[in-house]
Design a protein around this ligand. Structure first.
Ligand code: GLN
Length: 201
């Protein structure tokens, strides 16, 4: 199963490592041809304005939006969450505008630019997940079709809308593979014919 990591800027290699840890041979996406046959794509953390500009420059914005609209799972971490959002607080132009969420950037204050906390996440079994936040966004409002998976101090930090997943934090920066496993499972299920099994898996 081919799963990609958008490789324009940000913590690309950490995501590649975590995908390898869960048995996936990942693909780095830098140009539209790299999207061929992908069963899922991760949008890493970094700087969303920069990644958004590069996605436009390398003609990746429209094809990735089409993938998302066609039900191929996408997972955005931190800046990736901002790329997926339909609205960005402050009126900044959205990027992929696929998820029915509004996000605020850099929303955890200066002293807390970077911090870690234990989070319980809906759908992730076992002990709380060690979540690393780095100049992280949070979700300020969600549409009816969006499931809130985790909140920290009353702020929504993990959401799912069908085949789209977004977290404010960076699971790729810890050794805990559970969120990547969860996403890989989303990709497996999205690739299955309804009610059937796929022998290629
Ligand atoms: N602050 C960054 C932004 O607004 C996101 C930070 C991150 O991805 N670690 O794009």
């Amino acid at each position: 199963m081919k799963i990609g990591v958008l490789g324009l800027q940000g913590d690309v290699h950490e995501h590649l490592e975590r995908l390898r840890d869960v048995g996936v041979d990942p693909v780095i996406v830098k140009k539209p041809q790299d999207l061929a046959e992908l069963r899922g794509l991760i949008l890493p953390g970094g700087e969303s304005t920069t990644i958004g500009k590069l996605m436009r420059k390398y003609e990746l914005l429209e094809p990735i939006r089409a993938m998302g609209q066609n039900g191929i799972p996408l997972y955005g971490t931190c800046a990736g969450m901002i790329l997926l959002a339909r609205e960005i607080e402050g009126g900044e132009e959205p990027h992929l505008a696929l998820m029915n969420i509004r996000v605020a950037r850099n929303s955890f204050g200066r002293q807390k630019d970077s911090f870690e906390t234990d989070l319980s996440i809906e759908g992730i079994a076992g002990p709380p997940f060690r979540a690393v936040f780095i100049r992280a966004p949070h979700v300020t409002s969600v549409g009816d079709d969006v499931e809130v998976m985790a909140a920290f101090n009353g702020r929504v930090v993990a959401v799912r809308q069908g085949t789209l997943l977004a977290t404010s934090f960076h699971p790729e920066l810890t050794e805990d593979p559970r969120v990547h496993e969860y996403f890989v499972e989303m990709c497996r299920k999205a690739g299955l014919p309804v009610g059937g099994t796929d022998s290629r898996l």
